[in-house]
Design a protein around this ligand. Structure first.
Ligand SMILES: [Zn+2]
Length: 467
């Protein structure tokens, strides 16, 4: 054996047990009971540590595109450094980079940056806005297409032309093509017609700051989200594609998705850390303004979100990592609509969910399942998300005991701040391993640029459907 990770507490989606993991040629060669381990060239002592399958983040805004754009917020190198430090071994990028990949040519240019710069394994979700480019993009092993259900506002950020689609007829066509290609469609749900009316009521009163923005997005119990989700679910029923709804954040949304699943619809969804640990705290929004947004999630939604993630209605946890500079957030104190939306999240979200698990909000096994095993299964990522012989040796060793404080000075994103600074959490990643190679250890990223490979969606699953 090349490596033996010895005497850890192995935690999988199915349970926890003391044991050792043998690694050969970057893959898991076996899992052994204490005392039954094989010999290995390298021994990693995991005594006192938990060993989890590496985290798979299906929703991260990596910022760097093939032309100059938003790389001052994060590059693929800095984004994947945060992954390594946060226990994330596979990270999936989103299409709002410059230029937004919505063709085979642009997608391959995007892939080239990951090939040269990514520390961890990766994939990238292109936008399905050009019909005849979709089959070619599907053939590259992408995990999903991603569309923002937004009107093209002519702004360059966050939704530049080529990645948004609000028109229901066109959304239906996109879903039908996704069904034919057997590629999941991720959708950012939004109803702009409702938002136009809601915004006007705030603006007419002269309310434009970050707090007004937060209230507008949460207006009428999240009507802009739930109306959009209801529409998407109905279109899915017509098209039959795998619909994956992004950033589920109201209890009503969870209920709509629960009913669709009960009716047998092929729908899945995600939850983001900001919904449970930031956006639900009005005090935090008042204190942090635009630094706290993504969106306001009034606290009454929180029990429904925890219930959803516990009972599996919410399938996966992903970050929606979206770093912005302080300058882009400061303007929110006077105009919340001008501030860029989103928060950096990759580096600390595993710790936050492990802390919640240790507080009894969900089982540790469910954290593993929602953050790693379920994403790999739902998006057919080959040999990812499980601690099993033949799977990639993507692992994270975490210390569940010692507490640490999230601090701005430790943030590896170029933006240099975290909305969670000052919080004390447990479950610190102490070592992250990608395909048998240590990329993070004892507080230092040691992974090399270009080591990361595309975590491809398995070709047989695609071919079977196409045939
Ligand atoms: Zn996002």
């Amino acid at each position: 054996m090349d490596t033996l990770i010895k005497n850890g507490l192995i935690i999988t989606a199915d349970g926890r047990f003391p044991g050792s993991i043998a690694i050969r040629n970057g893959q898991i060669a076996g899992v052994f009971e204490p005392g039954a381990e094989p010999e290995a060239k390298e021994i990693i002592d995991a005594s006192g540590l938990a060993v989890l399958p590496g985290i798979i983040d299906m929703h991260s805004h990596h910022r760097q595109g093939s032309a100059k754009g938003f790389e001052y917020k994060d590059t693929i190198h800095t984004a994947t450094m945060q992954c390594a430090a946060g226990g994330v071994t596979t990270s999936v990028g989103m299409p709002n980079v410059t230029p937004p990949p919505n063709s085979v040519d642009l997608l391959e240019k995007q892939f080239a940056i990951y090939h040269s710069d990514s520390i961890v394994d990766w994939n990238f979700n292109p936008a399905p806005t050009i019909a005849n480019e979709m089959p070619g993009m599907a053939a590259t092993g992408i995990a999903a297409f991603k569309i923002f259900m937004v009107v093209d506002t002519g702004r360059d950020y966050p939704h530049m032309p080529g990645i948004g689609m609000h028109d229901h007829g066109k959304l239906l066509e996109i879903m039908q093509r996704c069904a034919e290609l057997n590629v999941p469609l991720m959708v950012h749900p939004h109803d702009q017609a409702l938002m136009d009316v809601i915004e006007q009521t705030y603006w007419a009163r002269g309310e434009r700051d970050a707090l007004a923005y937060a209230k507008a997005y949460a207006a009428h119990d999240g009507v802009i989200w739930e109306t959009a989700i209801a529409t998407l679910l109905r279109l899915q029923r017509a098209a039959g594609c795998h619909l994956h709804i992004l950033h589920t954040q109201t209890a009503g949304s969870v209920q709509l998705i629960r009913e669709a699943k009960a009716a047998g619809q092929k729908v899945t969804c995600e939850l983001n850390p900001w919904a449970l640990f930031l956006g639900c705290d009005w005090g935090a929004i008042q204190r942090l303004g635009s630094y706290a947004l993504s969106y306001w999630v009034p606290e009454k939604n929180v029990p429904g979100l925890w219930q959803g993630v516990n009972d599996g209605t919410i399938d996966i946890i992903a970050t929606d990592h979206a770093p912005h500079t302080r300058e882009e957030k400061e303007i929110g104190w006077t105009d919340g609509w001008k501030a860029h939306t989103g928060t950096p999240s990759t580096q600390f979200y595993l710790s936050m969910f492990l802390t919640a698990a240790l507080e009894g909000k969900l089982p540790l096994e469910r954290v593993v399942e929602a953050c790693s095993t379920a994403p790999a299964r739902l998006f057919k990522l080959d040999k990812k998300g499980e601690i099993r012989p033949g799977f990639d040796a993507d692992l994270v060793l975490v210390d569940l005991e010692s507490e640490y404080e999230i601090r701005d000075e430790d943030v590896l994103s170029l933006v240099g701040w975290s909305p969670y600074a000052g919080r004390k959490v447990k479950g610190k990643p102490v070592r992250t391993i990608v395909r048998g190679r240590t990329v993070y250890k004892d507080g230092k990223v040691i992974g090399e640029k270009g080591f990361g490979k595309q975590a491809k969606a398995s070709a047989p699953a695609r071919a079977a459907k196409a045939a």
